[in-house]
Design a protein around this ligand. Structure first.
Ligand SMILES: CC(C)(COP(=O)(O)OP(=O)(O)OC[C@H]1O[C@@H](n2cnc3c(N)ncnc32)[C@H](O)[C@@H]1OP(=O)(O)O)[C@@H](O)C(=O)NCCC(=O)NCCS
Length: 177
């Protein structure tokens, strides 16, 4: 029996945050760095519980993405992970459904950086691959992030987007996308 819950970071107790961090450490084969975890905090989390065990997590935090002369209020999805032995049963889709509702209700668009393993899941849910150049607004100015080209997905909400245009993310420590 599974249950999907959502809550702001401020309303999660230490035990739940610790369980989420442990879940993501295990879910990401390449490792889930401290910065990656920090990026997943400060917004709304979707959590899937199987009894007392946390088996799925994702969160959405606010960022600004520059596109077409505007700084778009963006719901940026982080920390999407499902316990390996529970995959392929719709739990990834369930956490995304919660976050897409948040994105549609509170932001001008959604965005995320997809792992190869998850790109199909996002595409099947209506997320669009960003086809244009990506970049970051660093303390030294706008810097291209070629390595991220093709890996960024957006969830349009309020306005049509030119997916072949430039998309610039705000600055942060760790991976910028
Ligand atoms: C990505 C991940 C969260 C998916 O979790 P999951 O619980 O297996 O996903 P679901 O079972 O909800 O899959 C939902 C749908 O997407 C489809 N799907 C999932 N991965 C897919 C893929 N790589 N390609 C195509 N479709 C895919 C499923 O077939 C399913 O479609 P259906 O509902 O029509 O059957 C999980 O594999 C994971 O934790 N991976 C490791 C961490 C990671 O890479 N996270 C993503 C960071 S961006």
């Amino acid at each position: 029996m599974t249950e999907v819950r959502s809550a702001h970071t401020a309303d999660l107790d230490i035990a739940t945050l610790t369980a989420a961090r442990a879940l993501l450490d295990a879910a990401f084969e390449g490792g889930f760095a401290e910065h990656d975890w920090e990026h997943a905090l400060g917004g709304v989390h979707a959590l899937i519980w199987e009894g007392a065990e946390l088996i799925g997590h994702a969160s959405v935090v606010q960022r600004r993405l520059l596109h077409d002369g505007r700084a778009l209020r963006t719901g940026y999805v982080e920390g999407v992970g499902v316990r390996a032995v529970r995959r392929g049963r719709g739990h990834g889709a369930a956490v995304m459904e919660v976050l897409e509702r948040v994105v549609a209700g509170a932001y001008e668009l959604g965005a995320l950086s997809a792992t190869g393993q998850a790109a199909g899941l996002y595409a099947a849910r209506g997320w669009k691959e960003w086809r244009g150049p990506t970049a970051a607004l660093t303390p030294a100015g706008i810097v291209r992030t070629e390595e991220e080209d093709g890996g960024v997905y957006v969830f349009p909400v309020a306005r049509p987007l030119d997916l072949s245009g430039e998309l610039v993310c705000d600055w942060r420590d760790g991976d910028v996308w």
